[in-house]
Design a protein around this ligand. Structure first.
Ligand code: ADP
Ligand code: ADP
Ligand code: MG
Length: 430
């Protein structure tokens, strides 16, 4: 787009590839995220000092923080995302449920809004019926969530989830949902401009999860055309209800031919490349255009889905040791490349992975003419990838891609947990 870029980094991320790729860079503080990536004033100051016209918030940290979006608005810097009001409305997951109910889209049966205290939670749980999923209104990344199978274990599960939410998000407001057994996680990629035009770029299946965190994502999903139509329309309804603008994702659980809204992510997501692969659109480019006030460059009819794409999240962790994070120095790296193969990462040979942030070190994305070809291509790509010096989940991902039930499309959100033993049945060669 011909736009100059300024990267921000914390002390320990000085050598990260994104810093080297950007035109300019600014250090925004120390390793602790509260002192750097979550420090709003430091980031705004960096932007002002470099004369930046816009800030892209990425997909963690301040990306769903309405105060930060507001701060950008106040200093006259475009926040590349929705306006602070829609972040406020949808960022709180229990409030979002209320809005969605009003928009006449089905939600998972659960509490109306948040629950005040343990006593109220217990009586609502008995009304809904077990199993119950206790969730944090501020939740994200699978944290602040616990299942209770009966009333006896409810109290301790409620307290644990609450404590985890307090520590992770500084907010322990809780709500309840019926625990849906063996659903699929299907989400729609949305785009909306400032003039009320809303479209979707099809859906992704993100059912391959570990501890409610995504591991593998693909597009399109294997749902029926009728369900795709109904869910796509519902997702558009939801965006219209909050006058949404920019990119966002509406997440649903699917059970048979029924679907239920679970949450909206008011930002770009980790797995957006699979949608880019099958639509040919660059979602970040669309985000920038929308933020500057341009109309959507495409209509719903223009969106044609081509082929099939799969993304694997490469983590610095040891699956055989309870997926424990494994920071350290990359002694050798061969990143796969080729037609329809993409490797998004910040690492390179001799790079030292820091222990301070998320353990995800890269995303491997492939595109094939159909699902069978995409799976074969992912297997070949994972064989080609070489990362030495640290433990990664590379072979674990390879085992997933070779699982017959996965290949046949027989999977739901319980897949990884159910198959864990067989997925870990591989030899370590180093
Ligand atoms: P996606 O839905 O795109 O998979 P995730 O929910 O996994 O997104 O989160 C993307 C990134 O943002 C992850 O690195 C995750 O750890 C981080 N993240 C998500 N929610 C929060 C939060 N509330 N506070 C801090 N980091 C978060
Ligand atoms: P987060 O904000 O952490 O991404 P979500 O509400 O999106 O949390 O849920 C994350 C995952 O947890 C879902 O993809 C799904 O696998 C599981 N999950 C969430 N709600 C339910 C539910 N009511 N029943 C069964 N599984 C659920
Ligand atoms: Mg989610």
């Amino acid at each position: 787009m011909g736009i100059d870029t300024v990267a921000i980094y914390s002390d320990v991320d000085k050598d990260s590839l994104h810093v080297q790729l950007a035109d300019e860079s600014v250090c925004v503080g120390g390793a602790k995220s509260a002192e750097s990536y979550l420090h709003m004033e430091n980031i705004i100051q960096a932007a002002v000092s470099k004369g930046a016209e816009a800030i892209h918030p990425g997909f963690g940290f301040l990306s769903e923080n309405p105060q930060f979006a507001e701060l950008c608005e106040q200093v006259g810097i475009h926040f590349i995302g929705p306006n602070s009001n829609s972040i406020k409305l949808m960022g709180n997951k229990s409030k979002a449920r209320e809005i969605v109910v009003k928009a006449k889209v089905p939600v998972v049966p659960g509490s109306a809004g948040h629950v005040k205290d343990l006593e109220e939670a217990k009586s609502v749980a008995l009304e809904i019926g077990f199993p119950i999923l206790i969730k944090a209104s501020a939740g994200g990344g699978g944290r602040g969530m616990r299942i209770a199978y009966d009333i006896d274990e409810f109290t301790s599960a409620f307290q644990t989830a609450k404590t985890e939410a307090k520590n992770a998000f500084g907010d322990d407001t809780m709500y309840l949902e019926k625990y849906i057994v063996r659903p699929k996680h299907i989400e729609f990629q949305m785009l909306a401009d400032k003039y009320g035009n809303v479209i979707h770029l099809g859906e992704r299946d993100c059912s391959i999860q570990r501890r409610n965190q995504k591991v593998v994502e693909e597009a399109p999903s294997l749902i029926s055309e009728d369900l795709r139509q109904r869910m796509g329309e519902a997702a558009i309804q939801i965006c219209k209800a909050v006058q949404y603008e920019n990119a966002g994702t509406i997440e649903f659980l699917v059970s048979g031919e029924d679907f239920y809204f679970i949450e909206m992510n008011t930002r770009i997501q980790v797995e957006h490349p699979v949608t880019e692969m099958i639509t040919g659109l660059d979602i970040v480019k669309e985000q920038i255009r929308i933020a500057t006030g341009e109309k959507l460059s495409v209509t719903q009819e223009d969106i044609i889905l081509r082929g099939h794409a799969i993304e694997c999240r490469l983590n610095a962790e040891n699956p055989k040791n309870g997926f424990r994070p494994s920071p350290g120095t990359i002694t050798l790296l061969h990143s796969p490349s080729g037609n329809g193969i993409r490797f998004d990462s910040f690492i390179y040979k001799d790079y030292q992975i820091q222990p301070f942030y998320d353990s995800m070190i890269g995303k491997i994305i492939v595109h094939g003419v159909d699902r069978t070809e995409a799976i074969k291509k992912m297997r070949a790509t994972l064989e080609e990838l070489v990362v030495e010096g640290i433990d990664t989940n590379q072979t674990f991902l390879y085992m997933l891609m070779n699982d017959r039930d996965y290949s046949k499309g027989n999977f739901d959100t319980s897949f990884v947990e159910k198959k864990l033993d067989s997925l870990l049945e591989y030899e370590d060669y180093d």
